[in-house]
Design a protein around this ligand. Structure first.
Ligand code: SF4
Ligand code: SF4
Length: 387
């Protein structure tokens, strides 16, 4: 039976957090279950873009510092790695993200090694949605243990992003956009992500839910002090519990429906043992969901049948030109070249609604709007969907 441990953690004070992390790991069987001295341990963070830790968009640098220090005390070599989304002139902004996040400083001061996934080479793995192999960052296969460090966040396209989806960053640089093109709906994207989870086989998942992100995540939402850390060896079970904390079930999150189909872990909340500070998922009062549609995802056929209804409900990206700084990140990152580089108009006949532009704009110039004015008004009145 899969187990998820939940510990309260009031803030990112280092000593307090290290105690909470130790207590959570003890509930899973202790560090000795996962590591031995001399092991190379890769901390796969969420470094979605060049955002500071206090933005709540990324795994907090102090969270990573705490784990680095603990692993070093167990005589492990620590690597910190990810690939940010987006690209400018063909170069993903991972190096800049590492500096702005504070992770570069953590690595330098704690004796860890940065692994910028865009520069470390790749390893081919099996893809179930493409005849060609998928390429993932090499350090994932050179480490003795991968510890996945997702952030508790909403996501405007997938509703929620956690442990399962965090491994999407294992695809280096521009290739992420290519897989968005190959997998134009969330169910198909879920299968891409399931392929990655299967190939990487992370041994431990620890979610930074100390300061979560609510509203229009994964970058433009608002911080929510959830004050929780979640631990599990089962990424799907961890996500089922975290989703329950924010009022969602698996059928609200197509990526997790695909993960269930692929047997990535335990998908039934009633079959997950919960330990630590709570006997059941604690509800995060007033937590706001994204403004995008809340998809009732049962299976692919039902999803298609409801397509027209969802089209009325859903939000689409629009670029607010007076907020746009002309950085070109959205234009370069759009997997189907739907954004006109001069007018910034989006061609909705080819837009696949991957939300990359909304996700990556660091100036909040890409807003989510509903075409249907009644639905737009309804969304504004629903406090759970307000951005
Ligand atoms: S919309 Fe945002 S990402 Fe796109 S060019 Fe303008 S500022 Fe850059
Ligand atoms: S315009 Fe935005 S949402 Fe549409 S395909 Fe391009 S990046 Fe994705």
């Amino acid at each position: 039976m899969s187990m998820v441990a939940i510990k309260n953690c009031p803030d990112y004070t280092l000593n307090v957090m290290m105690d909470k992390l130790d207590e959570g790991i003890d509930l899973l069987g202790g560090w000795g279950r996962f590591i031995t001295p001399g092991m190379k341990v890769l901390l796969k963070v969420n470094l979605i873009g060049p955002k500071p830790s206090d933005s709540a968009a990324i795994t907090h640098a102090e969270f990573v510092r705490a784990l680095t220090r603990m692993l070093k005390a167990h005589h492990c070599t620590v690597w910190i790695g990810d690939s940010s989304g987006g690209a400018i002139a063909g170069i993903a902004p991972t190096a800049r993200s590492l500096v702005i996040s504070g992770l570069q400083e953590v690595a330098e001061s704690e004796g860890a090694v940065i692994k910028n996934f865009d520069k470390e080479g790749v390893v081919p793995v099996k893809s179930t949605i493409d005849s060609k192999p998928m390429y993932l960052a090499k350090p994932l296969f050179e480490a003795d243990l991968v510890i996945n460090l997702p952030k508790l966040k909403t996501h405007s396209a997938s509703m929620y992003t956690g442990a399962v989806k965090n491994l999407y960053g294992c695809i280096p640089g521009l290739r992420k956009a290519e897989y968005h093109r190959l997998a134009p709906d969330q169910f198909a994207l879920g299968h891409v992500i399931a392929d990655i989870n299967t190939a990487v086989n992370a041994g431990l998942h620890i979610m930074d839910g100390v300061i979560a992100m609510q509203g229009n995540g994964p970058t433009a939402g608002k911080a929510y002090p959830a004050k929780k850390i979640l631990f599990s060896t089962d990424p799907l079970a961890l996500d089922i519990v975290a989703a329950a904390m924010i009022g969602l079930s698996i059928d609200d999150i197509p990526i997790l429906v695909s993960a269930r189909q692929r047997g990535l872990g335990e998908a039934s909340l009633s079959k997950i043992t919960i330990r630590g500070d709570y006997p059941a998922p604690p509800q995060l009062a007033g937590f706001r969901l994204p403004k995008g549609s809340r998809i009732l995802a049962t299976d692919k056929r039902v999803h298609r049948f409801l397509g027209k209804v969802i089209d009325i409900m859903k939000a689409r990206p629009r670029i607010i030109t007076k907020l746009c700084r002309g950085c070109n990140m959205c234009v370069e990152s759009c997997p189907v070249q739907a954004i006109h580089p001069e007018t910034m108009a989006i061609n909705y006949t080819i837009c696949i609604e991957c939300m990359c532009c909304h996700e990556l704009c660091m100036h909040q110039a890409v807003k989510l709007k509903r075409d249907n004015p009644v639905m737009e008004l309804a969304a504004r009145l629903d406090p759970r969907m307000r951005s």
